[in-house]
Design a protein around this ligand. Sequence first.
Ligand SMILES: N[C@@H](CCC(=O)N[C@@H](CS)C(=O)NCC(=O)O)C(=O)O
Length: 198
Amino acid sequence: MRILTNTTSPYARIARIALGEKGFDLSGTEIVNPWADDPALLKLNSAARVPTLATGEGLPLTESLLILLWLEKKVPEPSLLAGPLDRTISLAGRAMGVVDAMANIVTNTMQVDPGFGEHRVGLRRRRTILDGFRALEADPPAYDGGTPDVAVIVTIVALDYLRLRFRDAPWAPALPRLDALRAKVAERPAFETTAPYI
Ligand SMILES: N[C@@H](CCC(=O)N[C@@H](CS)C(=O)NCC(=O)O)C(=O)O
């Protein structure tokens, strides 16, 4: 299997953590630049986005949560959906909304308009980030060790992406309970080896 990623994408990290937690070897991961239309990436995925996987047969798999769904069917144990299903999906969806809002600001600021963050739509995305994190901080996903579920994975990916991209933002919230959750998974190889960097 080939795994095409970059070093910052929260979507790619969700897929990579899920693969790692399911026991896949991440050492062959290929780092590409989706914004430079990397030929290897474009050949597999006309959307030129990461994550993009290629199965042993060369079939492209895209979209972080579809990859997670595929993994869950392909390798049911350990499950990434072991907790109470409705709550897990609800929390994961909330964290995914935060990830989407942050990625939207970053993409638009870097690729379209440096002032996007203060634009009406940018401020709307900021509201999503703040409301989403506030709710997750008030009621974090449970984690008592072992394989984390998808809600924990997406929440930690969101938290690390906040710190990567919005560390100096005056509006970035303090999140002590989520930091405590992060400390519990930080040394798991799937999290450690996929830590984002610029
Ligand atoms: N919905 C996709 C989003 C993937 C995505 O937008 N990845 C970004 C990196 S964070 C990308 O490759 N962007 C390049 C582009 O949009 O052209 C997923 O969940 O995998």
